[in-house]
Design a protein around this ligand. Structure first.
Ligand code: SF4
Length: 496
């Protein structure tokens, strides 16, 4: 196989979250290999054009067609890597298979392992993945050994924050032929991996399939993530492990459709999505009644990288969004803190707080907390891998009220603690505007929801309110006294 990451000649890479027909048309005139690579995870830099010759790469962030014309004219001469006034330069080994470390905002944070090829390789070209040491075909025993170490990532994973191996054993021992579902629904990091590192995800999924004796993998994405699904479809067609059939299915863009058992309902084509009662869990009775592993794209990519690299490098992918100039996804060592993640973005105004752990994450003003799951859990934050930044003028009560109302509107309705509890909770938060602040009532209701809801949606839906009371008590109480410290709540209607 030939590879676009080989050292000979000049290579121009165009990285973007969306298509780049104008830039590709200009680059088509270059005396160089031109590669449309996947997104980088840092859209503020995109379109990012890189020019590589030998062991040097020039980076052009937010590259215009005019800038690229200059680059193309100069790239005819292999020595003109630095043409066009690049934003940054990096020296590296000539045949580097992943983006080299570079001093650009967002790309200068953490260390890229799972994201190594993001923005550097053609995501659907098997030659690029092969040249990067991909397509690991470790035997089932080696895969199971690694699965005893790797923990699940994200609320859409059956093994959230737990090692994978025990669930795999259950699936192997259950009646019926096992299946593997890649759950990439509803989380920006999972969608990014499908769009920029689909072979890593497929390597992990097929390795899991080999380990449990499954011959079918279903990749499940939100219908809102067209590009992710299309890229994965193309990559699946090029994946060499033909012993495992790969199918790509999309489901409704509703948040709850990412819950593992509702994902199975969506894949089966059921229009009314309700969580399934456990036990038995999907690892025993899952898709079409067959034992089913449900892992997020992050989990499986992490597994693949651990198998490929032969070490236990454990990193965390974190997407930072909210009141920021542009969102960013970074890869951090588990020893890093939340502040490293927020360093990857430009906050719109002064930082006030972060909602850590997804739609129903926990609120904190303290960013000196580790990104590893035990530190996050100890701080009553979520491990979903997202950080929503709240700037100074963002009202905590309004923010929590909207999250809670979302939970009341979007839950599947199957169990009373979540269905009724979220509605009552939204009412208690609204009552604060009328002068009734009853923190113990809120905390008691959240305890009931947390302790008796059927699925993670209801378990987590009260966390924004609970953590707001713990961390922003004075701001909530101020509303009961008729004053919004952020000056952004003109009326109670703001939380409906
Ligand atoms: S917790 Fe909420 S989303 Fe989950 S089953 Fe109960 S009502 Fe449905």
């Amino acid at each position: 196989m030939t590879s676009t990451i080989s050292a000979a000649g000049t290579t121009i890479r165009i990285a973007d979250t969306g298509p780049t027909p104008d830039l590709l048309a200009v680059a088509g005139d270059a005396d160089a290999r031109v590669v449309e690579v996947g997104p980088t995870g840092v859209p503020a830099l995109e379109p990012l054009v890189t020019v590589t010759a030998g062991g040097e790469t020039a980076f052009h962030a937010d590259c215009s067609t005019q800038e690229l014309e200059t680059i193309v004219e100069s790239a005819a001469d292999g020595s003109a890597v630095r043409a066009g006034d690049p934003d940054a330069l990096a020296d590296h080994e000539p045949e580097r298979a992943g983006m080299p470390p570079v001093d650009l905002p967002g790309l200068d944070v953490g260390s890229r392992h799972v994201l190594r090829g993001a923005g550097w390789r053609n995501p659907t070209d098997p030659a690029d993945h092969d040249a990067a040491g991909g397509f690991d075909m470790s035997d089932a025993t080696a895969v199971r050994d690694t699965a005893a170490i790797i923990t699940g990532r994200g609320w859409g994973d059956l093994c959230q924050d737990e090692p994978l191996a025990a669930t795999w054993e259950t699936a192997q021992d259950a009646d019926g032929d096992p299946l593997v579902v890649v759950n990439a629904h509803g989380n920006p990091t999972d969608a990014l991996l499908l769009a920029t590192a689909p072979f890593e995800v497929l390597d992990g999924a097929t390795a899991a399939a080999r380990a449990v004796g499954a011959d079918s993998v279903i990749v499940y994405a939100s219908s809102a993530d067209d590009r992710a699904a299309e890229t994965m479809r193309a990559a699946a067609g090029n994946h060499p492990d033909t012993a495992v059939a790969v199918d790509i299915v999309t489901g409704p863009a509703a948040h709850r459709a990412g819950e593992p058992t509702m994902a199975l309902e969506a894949i089966e084509g059921n229009h009314r999505l309700e969580a399934r009662v456990r036990p038995p869990g999907p690892e025993s009775v899952g898709l079409h009644g067959q034992p089913t592993l449900v892992h997020t794209a992050r989990t499986l990519a992490q597994l693949a990288v651990a198998l490929r690299d032969g070490d236990e490098t454990d990193t965390r992918l974190v997407t930072v969004e909210g009141d920021v100039a542009a969102p960013a996804t970074v890869e951090l060592p588990e020893s890093a803190t939340l502040s490293s993640a927020v360093d990857a973005v430009t906050v719109d105004g002064a930082f006030k707080a972060a909602c850590v752990g997804g739609r129903f994450g926990g609120l904190t003003a303290n960013l000196d907390i580790g990104v590893d799951p035990s530190s996050l859990t100890a701080a009553d934050l979520g491990t979903e891998g997202t950080v929503q930044v709240l700037a100074e003028e963002r009202c905590v009560l309004e923010f929590v009220g909207k999250r809670t109302q979302f939970a009341a509107d979007e839950n599947c309705g199957r169990c009373v603690p979540c269905r009724e509890g979220t509605t009552q909770l939204a009412g208690l938060l609204r009552d604060i505007y009328d002068g009734t602040y009853a923190p113990s009532d809120i905390e008691e209701l959240v305890r009931v929801m947390d302790g008796s809801s059927i699925c993670a949606f209801g378990v987590e839906a009260g966390r924004p309110a609970r953590t707001a009371i713990a961390e922003f008590e004075s701001e909530l109480r101020a509303h009961a006294d008729g004053h919004c410290p952020a000056n952004s709540c003109p009326a109670p209607a703001e939380v409906t």
